[in-house]
Design a protein around this ligand. Structure first.
Ligand code: FDA
Length: 371
């Protein structure tokens, strides 16, 4: 049996970058992936010629020039700019909160008018905000809170805003310009060839076994390589010895429609409480698709139970403390824990790439553009 330098558990973005760095150093990698495809959560299916983001909308954005140049070596990033729209009872508001939003909400025209209303409404909360509702009002006032934050947030967390801690919303950026670009990052886009092409290129020299669960025979697999990089859930690695870390999950309902253009943009947030989904994604708009049909996905937030797909870590005090104990246990293993599940944190794609670069370089590997 072939022996490898690295056993990489999980075929997501973290290990893809790591595999690329290892291959450059002539190291051999064996990748185990539980699912039937590579790419982890950035994987897309193709339906009616349209790339469908199977695990939620993925928009690449970064201010890190090195990371941007890195991905552009493997794929061509298009000029997609995320400018989502909120639908509140049929009223359409631009996001993030900016002059377009305020002008629609209050029928005003100038930044001074908007600021006057915002400040008047912010003053409703006098002392230290006691919960998420008070925090949001102190940041953007009651009108924006009621129409654009309350219902959406309650659906996301499955709890009333008055029962959620204030710290969940630390900042709510308010822009006094007519600028609908959601991200502040210097670079953003979607790979024209698709995310899978990026991951395939990065894994091109690795041997990959799909539908293979490392944890079903951890000790056996460990014999196949000198070192292990594990990007699955850290609590699962230890067989939940101290209990399970909690997540929020999502349910996706995808539908093909016999219409060319369903909603006119990639992302529409549904901010009223009574509509059970939080967003509808129309996938073709990520790449300016011109197909005759369209594919849309409704996103329903849900509670998470063991066995379900973990999406968002619940980084509250209890879970964070539990993670710290698992992390210390992990530090005593001769295994590298990386990525969003291995480190139990929400990581955007650029941050995952950055983190994999750092970890690879610490082992003397390089990603290719070092001077
Ligand atoms: P990832 O989860 O992708 O990969 C881990 C892999 O390990 C999985 O394929 C899993 O099956 C496998 N695995 C686990 N246990 C295993 C075992 N025992 N044996 C074998 N394999 C195992 N970021 C961004 O920049 N812009 C965006 O718009 C979004 N949008 C977004 C939406 C939603 C809903 C989520 C949840 C996340 C985002 N992200 C994002 C974040 C992005 O998805 C994330 O940064 C990367 O996918 C993380 O890559 P990893 O390799 O860390 O994990």
């Amino acid at each position: 049996q072939k022996h490898y330098d690295y056993l990489l558990v999980g075929a997501g973005l973290f290990n893809a970058v790591f595999a690329h760095a290892a291959a450059r150093a002539g190291k051999r990698c064996l990748v185990l992936e539980k699912r039937a495809h590579i790419g982890g959560n950035i994987h897309c299916d193709t339906v009616e010629g349209i790339e469908v983001h199977r695990y939620g909308a993925h928009i690449f954005h970064t201010s890190n020039a090195e990371v941007w140049d890195f991905v552009n070596r493997f794929v061509t990033m298009n000029r997609f700019t995320n400018s989502p729209v909120a639908n509140y009872k049929g009223e359409m508001y631009n996001l993030p909160f900016n002059m377009n939003t305020f002008s629609r909400m209050w029928n005003i025209r100038t930044p001074a008018e908007a600021l006057a209303i915002l400040n008047e409404q912010r003053a409703e909360i006098a002392g230290e905000p006691k919960n998420l509702e008070e925090q949001a009002i102190s940041l953007v006032g009651r009108d924006i809170y009621e129409k654009l934050i309350k219902g959406y947030t309650e659906k996301q967390w499955g709890k009333a805003c008055t029962e959620l801690p204030a710290f969940i919303i630390r900042r709510l950026p308010v822009r006094l310009t007519y600028d609908n670009n959601y991200f502040n990052d210097r670079y953003q886009g979607i790979p024209e060839e698709g995310y899978d092409a990026l991951v395939q290129a990065l894994f091109s020299e690795a041997d990959i076994l799909l539908n293979t669960d490392y944890l079903a025979d951890k000790e056996g697999w460990n014999l196949r390589a000198d070192a292990v990089v594990y990007t699955g859930p850290i609590d699962a690695y230890f067989d939940y010895a101290l209990g399970a870390l909690e997540y929020r999950s999502l349910r996706f309902e995808t539908e093909t429609l016999d219409t060319e253009n369903y909603q006119g943009c990639a992302v529409v947030n549904y901010t009223e409480r009574d509509i059970p989904y939080t967003r509808i994604i129309e996938h073709k708009h990520f790449v300016f698709g011109t197909q005759q049909k369209t594919v849309i996905t409704r996103e329903y937030p849900s509670d998470w139970k063991p066995g379900m797909e973990p999406y968002y870590p619940v980084n509250d005090t209890k879970n964070q403390a539990l993670y710290e104990v698992y992390r210390e246990m992990g530090a005593r293993e001769s295994v590298i824990f990386g990525g969003r599940l291995g480190e139990y944190r929400y990581y955007d794609m650029d941050k995952v790439i950055e983190s994999a670069m750092v970890r690879a370089r610490a082992l003397g590997l390089t990603v290719g553009d070092e001077t």
